[in-house]
Every structure is written in C-alpha cells, then in structure tokens.
Design a protein around this ligand. Structure first.
Ligand code: F6R
Length: 613
C-alpha cells in the first residue's frame, strides 16, 4: 500500500520519479505527488487521482531538479484528496516527506505537537511524522538523519519513509520498519523505492533495507546505514535479477491479461530445476534442511490472505492426500488476533505473492515466537516474508503487476504440489506408481494450460452473455472448491459483481434459495472423484432454472447436455485440476470486467501489496 520513490544524483529527478510512480501504481492510486529540490527551493506538486492526473496537474510547470521524492497513495488516514496526498511538510517548510505504512500512535504525538504550536493541514498520520522530525531538528539542533532517528524512536507503527531537507540538497534520508524499502546504487546517484521496479532500468545494484535501519544517501559521502540505536550497519549490496520486459505489458491490453497468458511459462518456471522426471524426484533446495522436520510433523498450519489463502486451501488437500499430515488453513488476519495453539513441532507455511502482506507477516511473527518452523512461499525475491521465514521456496512467477492475482496463484499451487509430492515420497505415504504418474502429469500441465488459453474466444462469448448479471455463484468440490472461491473473488474484485464461491454440496443448505433464471452458476465439473456428485448438484441448479456454465473435462457429454455452456479443459489427475480449471475463470472475470468498462489492472479501493492491517 502506497508506493514511494526517490532520486538523488546528476540527472533530472522528475522523469525518474514519474516513471517510478507508474511502476508502483499497483500499490495504490488514490493520489500522487512529488517534491523537487533545486536552488534551495522545495516545490511540491500533488493531487487526488492517478499518476496520469499528477502529470496533467504539473503539465508545463517547472520540474528542474536533481533531487526529488514521489508517492502514490492508498488512503488509510484521511480520504483521498489533494491535501492528504504526499509529500507532506512540517511547520518550517524545509522538509518534505513520503511515507508508506501507518503511524499508530499519531494521535498523542499530534496533540503534543499542536500544543507546541504546530499547525496541521491534512488528516494523515504521516504529517505528524514530518512535524515531529522538523520539531526535533530545530529544538535539538541536530542534522536531518539524527532528527529522523530520534523521531522514529518515538513512533509506533510501520513505515518506509524518505525525507529531504531544503537546506541540504546533497542528502536524502530513508528509513524502514515493517514496510519495504530498496536502495539503488548507481554511478554518483541513489534511488529509493518500495520495490525494485523503478530502479531496475537505472542500476542492478541494490540494498534491501532491514527493519529499524536508517540510511543516509549523501552525494559526497555515499551510503551510510545505522539502526535506530545508532549502531553502524554494513550495507549488503545485491544484484537484481529483475528484467525490464517483465514490467511491460508486452502488447497486451492489460497486465492481468498478460499475466493470465504467461501461466504456461510461469508454472514451468516454478517447476524448473525442481521436478526431475528422469530421476523421478522432486528437489526443493530451499527447504532441503527441513525435510525431516516435515516428515515428522504432526501438523501443518498454512497462513495467507485472499488468493494466497485459496492456494493454501489447495495445499491442505495436497498435503493431507500425499503426505498424510493434518493441515489447518488460516486467514493470517484471524490467526494473529486469536490465541492459536502453536508449538515447536508445528510447521507453518506462509504464502504471499508480494511477501509484504502485514497480516501474514504478523502471523509469522506470532508462530515464530511460539517456536514453530516457518516455511515461506513467496513470489517477490528479497521481500520481508521471504526474509523472516526459516526457509522457503520462491514461486518464480515473475513480477505480477495486475492487482488481481492470477499467475501467482497457479505458481503457489505448483510449489505446494511439489512440496507435498516431495514430502509424500520421503515419508513413504505416496508410493511407486502414483508418485511417478503425478510427476508426469505435473510436467504436462504447462502445455495443457496453453490449450486452455485457446478457449478464450468462447470464454469471451460467454462473458458477453453474463456481463450484466448482478450476482454469480461458483461451485466446486474437493480440489476445486478453493478454485470456486478464487473464481468468485476474481469476478467481484475486478468487475464489482457480487459473487460467492461454495462447495457444490453446501448449496442446498442455503444458497440454492438465490437461484433463479437470471443467476449464472459457474460449476467445475471435471471427471474425477466427485464427478457424479457434482452432476447431481448441476441437476439441482437446473431444476431451479439457474444458468450453468460448466468447466468440464475434454470429451464430456453428460454435463454438456445439462449445462447452458461448457468450457473444456484437458484431462489431468484430480489434485492438478486447480491449475487448469482456474484459468477459464480468470479469463471470464477479465473479459466481463473489460466489457463493463472497469479498470482491470487497478480495481477501485484495492492495492496489490497490503502492508496495513
Ligand atoms: C486477489 C489478491 C489478494 C491477494 C492478498 C494477499 O486477487 O490479489 O487477495 O492475494 O492481498 O496478497 P499476497 O499474496 O501478496 O500476500
């Protein structure tokens, strides 16, 4: 939530900031702003709306500066408007600050500052922080970095900030706690950003800041990092593996569509070097040292949010079937706020595309504090979750920029499948022929995904028929129940149609009352263990005149006779059906949203990286 970007060097800062903000816009798009420092003058441009609105707002005005900071906001404290847009300034007008996170104790600090004569303009928690730094700088007579350190010692909450000072155009100060911040090191220039996407085209050398660190980026003295206790830290410089093409739409109308179409490749990448058909083995190097712990585990807990939680539900079925380990899947937000029973024998698998989701991070801290072993499944390399877990496996799906998660889901399910297969084999619960059959089936999934994508024209036709439906139901059973939930989430988040996912058999315990001839019911009715039961559920819907859109196995004739529309997917083993059946549901949601004129990549009220609770 909220994207921040900053530049200090010899080049013009503004184009770098605007380009960076466009890359970070997935993090929030309620308002945007920049502060530019040149000739001892701080110029701030900010407004409600998207980065393009900011550009229109600035159009023609001076942007000359080689030091600047920029922000794109997802509103927490205070509505999205011009005044609440970042950057914010303190009373002296010398400082400008951008912030991603939440200052939880802003109220008492603000009260104290008002008492000391500070006048506030916005409703944000962020403005409190810049006033506090300003106040300390002046009252203590310290430099900016020290004022930031002293101020942060008083702050409770999460932050990634960058501050600049009109009186010192050679320096910018950055700090982080529980919100991500990356520093880019170029030739005589520095970048800061919420993630590496604004940096990658300028330099590959980056430092991922750690919690509690404060960085001083100085034209003459280079990069210096201290922690909040004033101890000197040695920056760990890493080389970025990110490629610029991965951040472009590549000819597609939207990132979401590109990412749906990338899934054959991204699933293959998730398996690369891990699935060895010739040797008949699965090797997940990242969790190798924890294999025995898995084999001995009495229980696995899986935590995540949204789509990652849905992937976790597929994981539950996989681990229970292949490795015979009981699994509980928890919303990270619920897990962290009750008093869950967690102990040293437990394995907690934390799933997160961004690796920054605040609730998932907090759930990890809680479980870690109780002695559990934490295994991460993250997409973003170097993200906070990837760093706080004991071990883990990256999904390697590549950057996911569309706010609605698509390729991240299939990559997460792929990694969970590999993990469950590996542990099942090691434990001896998944023996011989079955293990090898599943390996072969998994290896064939990318090609089958490619085949499913070829049904897009037919899916578009179906989308056109149902685009105006006010409600929709999604039904699945067994492995496809989480897919039904995911299909419903995709539809509601990007097209704003109310949708519910249900286990098909649960329908008769309530939701069946909703069915009439205007209700589209998406049913995953592939051949497998529950096929006959799902066919009965379809009959129940038809008897109430519901409109059935069924995802079926190629060659199915039974459901074809019952359903209003069928979308065929290739046959595969039951546990792998989620990887194929979710694809048509992603495409349906995408096309319905486009036909309804919705902003597919940036749906209202959402942000990709949910770094607030
Ligand atoms: C839905 C979606 C969200 C995320 C959720 C968790 O399309 O994208 O529901 O899945 O916010 O995010 P991560 O996986 O980054 O922890």
């Amino acid at each position: 939530m909220c994207g921040i970007v900053a530049y200090l060097g010899e080049k013009q800062a503004y184009p770098i900031l605007i380009n960076g903000l466009r890359r970070l816009e997935y993090r929030g798009y309620d308002s945007a702003g920049v502060a530019l420092l040149a000739d001892d003058q701080l110029t701030i441009y900010k407004c409600q709306g998207k980065v393009s609105d900011l550009e229109a707002h600035i159009n023609g005005r001076s942007t000359v500066a080689n030091l600047g900071i920029g922000h794109t906001r997802w509103a927490t404290h205070g509505p999205p408007n011009d005044v609440n847009a970042h950057p914010h300034q303190g009373t002296s007008g010398d400082l400008a600050l951008i912030h991603n996170g939440i200052i939880e104790n802003y109220a008492p600090i603000k009260e104290e500052l008002v008492h000391r004569g500070h006048v506030f303009k916005s409703d944000t928690d962020t403005e409190v922080l810049v006033h506090l730094i300003d106040d300390i700088q002046r009252s203590e007579g310290v430099d900016l970095a020290e004022a930031v350190r002293l101020a942060l010692a008083n702050v409770v909450g999460a932050y990634a900030i960058v501050v600049i000072d009109r009186k010192n155009p050679d320096v910018m100060v950055a700090a982080r706690k529980s919100s991500p911040l990356v520093i880019g090191l170029g030739e005589g220039e520095f970048f800061c950003a919420s993630d590496a996407t604004p940096i990658v085209e300028h330099t590959k050398n980056v430092v991922y800041m750690e919690d509690g660190e404060i960085a001083v980026l100085d034209r003459r003295q280079g990069l210096k990092i201290r922690n909040i206790k004033n101890q000197v830290k040695t920056p760990f410089i890493q080389e970025l593996e990110l490629h610029l093409e991965a951040l472009e739409k590549g000819g597609y109308d939207h990132f979401m569509l590109k990412e749906i179409h990338e899934q054959s490749r991204s699933i293959r990448d998730s398996m690369r070097g891990r699935l060895n058909l010739a040797k008949g083995e699965v090797v997940l190097g990242g969790i190798k040292d924890y294999e025995q712990k898995f084999v001995n585990a009495k229980r696995i807990l899986i935590v995540g949010c949204g789509t990652s939680w849905h992937a976790g539900m597929v994981g539950e079925y996989l681990f229970e079937e292949f490795a015979r380990i009981p699994v509980e899947v928890e919303y990270a937000s619920e897990f962290r706020y009750r008093n869950p029973v967690v102990n040293e024998d437990d394995i907690v698998i934390a799933i997160s595309q961004s690796g920054e989701t605040a609730d998932t991070l907090a759930a990890i801290e809680l479980a870690k504090g109780r002695g559990a072993t934490i295994i991460g499944i993250c997409n973003v390399v170097g993200s906070s979750i990837a760093r706080v877990t004991h071990a883990g496996s990256y999904t390697h799906a590549g950057p996911e920029i569309g706010v609605a998660s698509t390729k991240a889901f299939t990559a997460q399910v792929t990694v969970l499948t590999l993990m469950a297969l590996m542990i099942g084999q090691k434990k001896g619960t998944l023996i011989g022929g079955n293990f090898h059959r599943l390996l072969n089936e998994l290896d064939a999934i990318p090609d089958k995904v490619q085949k499913v994508l070829k049904t897009e024209a037919q899916i578009k036709y179906i989308a056109d028929i149902y685009k105006d439906a006010p409600n929709a139901l999604y039904l699945g059973r067994g492995y496809t129940f989480p897919v039904a939930l995911e299909g419903a989430l995709k539809l509601k988040e990007i097209s704003y149609i109310h949708a519910e996912g249900y286990p098909a058999a649960e329908m008769k315990h309530g939701p069946i009352a909703l069915i009439d001839d205007s209700m589209p019911v998406f049913v995953i009715a592939t051949k497998g263990a529950s096929y006959e039961k799902v066919v009965s559920n379809i009959q129940e819907v038809k008897a109430r005149k519901g409109r059935i859109i069924a995802i079926v196995t190629e060659g199915d004739t039974v459901v074809k006779d019952l359903a209003d529309h069928v979308i065929e997917i290739p046959e595969t083993a039951d546990p792998l059906v989620p990887l194929l059946s979710v694809v048509p549901l992603q495409l349906i949601s995408y096309h319905i949203a486009v036909m309804r004129g919705c902003n597919v990549d940036q749906p209202r009220n959402l942000a990709k990286s949910v770094t607030v609770e």
